[in-house]
Write a protein that binds this ligand. Structure first.
Ligand SMILES: C[S@@+](CC[C@H](N)C(=O)[O-])C[C@H]1O[C@@H](n2cnc3c(N)ncnc32)[C@H](O)[C@@H]1O
Length: 287
């Protein structure tokens, strides 16, 4: 709660009539773009307004203008967290884009196992949303090593800017219908029953994934070591071309020689600019 705490019945009625002018939407768009890289298209205006109605009402803002000014001036962490939770699209599911996981298991893991003499694999799920992608990777790795992972450090870094999805990811509780694409053996080996409609990821798998809040717009990545594999799938789709190209360059600088970048199937990287080599559709390599 940021400001005047109580609403009267009449201000409630006024609040239900919030509008965003084109000018205000542009301002919000610029703010979001500069800080998070996400480009809000005009068609998103109605969606944005609907997502903010309740919030503005609860926090007693008279208008979208007032909310915008507050957001830009205050640097209130809670307000920014809420903004990010509301403007991000977090759609994801287990085994999404299955061919990637096959390639990871059949080509990437054998390569890294043979190459990394120090028994360390550095894997990053960038824009991990509610955890389905990094947990899928952790299960594949566990299966690949057949329980003989001794001395291997294969922990996966999983980052996102939305605290809301990170909190879901850390809990690792998923409804049964969201797990229907997983092999039965995985459900038995890597999950426990949470209640009658949900399973929870086992501690063994949870321990393999480190969830952190991280904004991909940070100009310098704070990681001490480079990565062998970066998954950044269905994230850059919301970025404009320049933002995307700059981010791909930062990924490249933070990839080990021989390492891989996976992007979403519906995404592309400008091949005349990137130094990565395209190895199969939507998978790139630093050679
Ligand atoms: C559609 S989900 C993709 C999830 C998963 N990678 C997949 O392919 O299923 C995109 C995620 O990227 C995150 N995201 C968007 N902009 C980001 C940024 N600037 N920094 C970090 N994460 C961001 C969103 O919060 C969202 O959870």
């Amino acid at each position: 709660m940021f400001r005047r705490a109580h609403l009267s019945g009449s201000s409630n009625i006024i609040a239900k009539m919030y509008r965003i002018s084109d000018e205000e939407f542009k301002e919000l768009r610029n703010f979001v773009h500069e800080n998070y890289g996400i480009f809000l298209r005009d068609e998103k205006k109605a969606l944005v307004l609907s997502r903010f109605q309740r919030y503005m009402m609860d926090n007693n803002f008279y208008s979208f203008r007032e909310y915008l000014d507050f957001l830009k001036k205050s640097e209130n962490k809670e307000a920014l967290t809420t903004l990010v939770n509301k403007i991000t699209t977090n759609y994801t599911f287990f085994m999404r884009e299955l061919e990637h996981f096959k390639y990871f298991k059949d080509t990437v893991l054998p390569y890294l196992k043979a190459k990394n003499k120090n028994k360390d694999m550095r894997i990053w799920s960038a824009g991990c949303s509610s955890g389905e992608e990094p947990y899928t990777l952790a299960m594949i790795i566990d299966e690949f090593f057949h329980g003989q992972k001794e001395n291997w450090d294969t922990k996966i870094l999983a980052t996102d800017i939305s605290e809301e999805v990170l909190s879901t990811a850390r809990k690792g509780i998923y409804p049964l219908d969201k797990l229907s694409d997983l092999p039965n053996a995985w459900k038995v080996n890597y999950f426990k029953i949470y209640d009658k409609s949900n399973l929870v990821v086992s501690e063994k798998i949870k321990e393999e994934v480190i969830f952190r809040s991280f904004n991909l717009m940070e100009k310098a990545f704070p990681f001490k070591k480079k990565f062998d594999v970066i998954f950044c799938r269905n994230v850059m789709i919301y970025f404009d071309e320049r933002t995307k190209n700059e981010l791909v360059q930062r990924f490249f600088d933070n990839t080990n020689l021989g390492g891989y970048l996976f992007i979403g199937h519906s995404e592309s990287i400008n091949r005349t600019i990137t130094k990565y080599k395209n190895v199969i559709p939507s998978v790139y390599r630093k050679e």
